[in-house]
Design a protein around this ligand. Structure first.
Ligand SMILES: CCCC(=O)SCCNC(=O)CCNC(=O)[C@H](O)C(C)(C)COP(=O)(O)OP(=O)(O)OC[C@H]1O[C@@H](n2cnc3c(N)ncnc32)[C@H](O)[C@@H]1OP(=O)(O)O
Length: 303
């Protein structure tokens, strides 16, 4: 039966609402936790500046750019809102396989815009901003895309936290990741401490947070925070090198790469039995699928 245009509109709207609900359900805080997203959005809108740009490429790798160079790519209020919107776009990008996050003009991000921090320095607003950013960065880490933070220059405070919401971190020579929160009388609030402990272990996390220790590429590699060091050869940009590095994991059909990411996220986040059940469900999506059948038909040897 053909649908009328009104019927198609209702169907489209319902699908969008369902998708939005599914996206929100990947977040940490909702109304149940007293989180009112519209309220904090209204407050963040009062602190404009910069942008978060997204380019989705035919290769299946998207590039996100934190863009506020006049303030060393600090996150203004409107950038926090834009980041949430970009993550929603990536959640809906079913052909995507990988994501590179970079800062504009050769430096990653200097954290929260201190002008906004000063203006909303009361604990209630601080916690609302913290819940908003935790939701967004948790959804970013849970994307079915293999993600890399490409760190050039500095990643400070919230910028350092942001790097932990990617699966990997590649550091350029002379770059620094520093959780400067202690010097600001703070602890991480964008989920950076919880993620850091899972990446480098609690002892190293204590060193980085308790000592606000600068992490250069060498130390980053030693403790497992950096997954690699960029060394762009003549004529190759850091971004091109990062894309090449990421391609080793994103080569192949999107359905398979996305399934890989999904089983890793569930393995990392869920209790064992739940993770096993998820793995079974994800396995069912690729078993007998086009890539699996093609591999069986080609009788490929894994030498
Ligand atoms: C839960 C989240 C917690 C947080 O993220 S709290 C914020 C943590 N980040 C910081 O405290 C960074 C403070 N900034 C700095 O230490 C230095 O500016 C930094 C990044 C080392 C760069 O130093 P320099 O290379 O000497 O450059 P500069 O200081 O002249 O900065 C250039 C312009 O950028 C501005 N800027 C840098 N970081 C900012 C920030 N986070 N918020 C707002 N504005 C920021 C800085 O004020 C300066 O602006 P202007 O040219 O003076 O108008």
């Amino acid at each position: 039966m053909a649908l009328s245009s009104a019927g198609r509109h209702i169907l489209r709207t319902t699908c969008c609402t369902v998708r939005r609900f599914q996206c929100r359900s990947k977040a940490v805080y909702s109304a149940v936790h007293g989180f009112n997203e519209e309220d904090i959005r209204g407050k963040l809108l009062a602190f404009p500046g910069g942008s978060v740009d997204l380019v989705k490429q035919d290769s299946g790798i998207a590039v996100m750019t934190i863009n506020n160079p006049a303030r060393m790519n600090a996150f203004s209020g409107t950038m926090m809102i834009e980041l949430e919107e970009r993550v929603t776009q990536l959640e809906e990008w079913t052909e995507g396989k990988g994501l590179i996050v970079q800062g504009a003009a050769g430096t990653f991000c200097s954290g929260s815009d201190l002008n906004a921090v000063r203006a909303i320095s009361n604990p209630q607003d601080g916690m609302k901003m913290c819940m908003f950013m935790q939701n967004t960065l948790t959804r970013l880490l849970r994307l079915r895309l293999i993600s890399v933070a490409m760190v050039e220059g500095m990643a400070l405070g919230g910028g350092a936290e942001f790097t932990t919401s990617c699966d990997f971190r590649l550091m350029a020579p002379d770059s620094v990741i520093q959780f400067v929160h202690k010097h600001m009388g703070l602890v991480p609030g964008w989920g950076g401490a919880a993620r850091l402990v899972r990446i480098v272990g609690s002892q190293n996390a204590l060193r980085l947070l308790g000592g606000a220790k600068k992490v250069d590429p060498e130390y980053g590699t030693q403790i497992g925070l950096a997954s690699g060091v960029l060394n762009p050869a003549n004529g190759t940009s850091a971004l091109a090198e990062a894309e090449q590095w990421l391609a080793q994991y994103t080569k192949g059909p999107a359905a398979v790469i996305r399934a890989v990411k999904q089983v890793v996220v569930s393995g990392r986040e869920l209790p064992l039995e739940e993770a096993l059940r998820t793995e079974k469900d994800v396995f069912g999506t690729v078993w007998g699928g086009p890539a699996n059948l093609a591999a069986l038909a080609s009788k490929s040897k894994h030498k």
